[in-house]
Design a protein. Structure first.
Length: 59
């Protein structure tokens, strides 16, 4: 995901959504037009999902 962000792979309305608590990342996910499943009609995909057990888990 970091590589995709650095190389501006996300287009149009695609985003990385980050949840913060006291300036600490406590969760994130991507919203994208496509994923690794080929030839499907539905979109968007939510991927790369992460939620910390508590904000102390992430520095």
């Amino acid at each position: 995901m970091a590589n995709d962000m650095e190389n501006n792979v996300f287009k149009d309305w695609e985003r990385v959504i980050v949840a913060l608590e006291n300036e600490n990342i406590c969760g994130y996910c991507t919203v994208s037009k496509s994923d690794c499943i080929p030839d499907v009609e539905y979109t968007p995909y939510i991927g790369y999902m992460f939620v910390a057990k508590n904000t102390g888990d992430i520095d």
